[in-house]
Unconditional design. Structure first.
Length: 229
């Protein structure tokens, strides 16, 4: 900006012009002079180096004098540290999903020598709506205890097996019964880690001959509960 004088003679202290420096635009040698930021002020100069923000963003140092943004977490998450930087996570000891399901209606037939998914079409409870189509897909990561019981009517001299499957493949063998009187009750419990996003579990059964699984709350259940995050 230039200071006006009646005699147009510069004296010590007069400003003859303003030049925009690094990161600035504008300036001039007369009249009203305006300076604007053309790039964010670097963190080493007292700024953030960031040009935009979203509601709830948190600024943190990602490396030395470099600043970064952490977007807002979801409801009930807490701020924690992962790999040396801030992150959002479920609070330690938070309640994990649980469910209890059973089958009712028409009995299910196992095809001989074929792994068959066991259906449980009725829910007693499903705390976080994670059980659907006889599949449990929890929305929180943790270790889960899974329990299953089914009652079958199998031909004599037939072995029937019960499995817990994870992500479409056999994960753990739960029980095996060799039928001698036409009945085979199978049950088992297993602990499994589920990542809270893509991991899921189901129950499968296998029999050497065509076998019937009873559909009744007393004869076929599948349940799971989170043990620890």
């Amino acid at each position: 900006m230039t200071r006006s004088r009646d005699n147009a003679t510069n004296v010590a202290g007069d400003i003859s012009g303003v030049t925009a420096g690094t990161g600035l635009s504008g300036g001039g040698t007369n009249g009203a002079v305006t300076l604007d930021l053309s790039t964010p002020v670097a963190s080493t100069n007292g700024g953030t180096g960031l040009s935009s923000f979203t509601t709830g963003d948190i600024i943190y140092s990602s490396s030395g004098n470099t600043l970064a943004k952490l977007g807002i977490g979801t409801t009930s998450q807490v701020l924690t540290v992962a790999s040396g930087i801030p992150s959002w996570a479920a609070p330690a000891g938070s309640t994990l999903p649980a469910f209890y399901a059973y089958g009712v209606g028409i009995n299910q037939t196992l095809i001989a020598n074929t792994n068959t998914k066991v259906t449980f079409n009725t829910e007693e409870y499903d705390t976080d709506s994670c059980f659907a189509s006889s599949r449990f897909t929890p929305t929180k990561a943790g270790y889960y205890v899974m329990t299953c019981y089914v009652a079958t009517t199998a031909p004599n001299s037939t072995t029937t097996r019960l499995y817990l499957w994870k992500n479409g493949a056999a994960y753990v063998y739960l029980d095996s019964v060799y039928a001698t009187n036409g009945d085979a009750d199978l049950s088992g419990t297993a602990q499994v880690y589920l990542n809270g996003t893509t991991d899921y579990v189901e129950i499968y059964a296998f029999s050497g001959q065509a076998t019937v699984i009873a559909k009744n709350i007393e004869y076929g259940i599948f349940q799971g509960v989170g043990a620890t995050a």
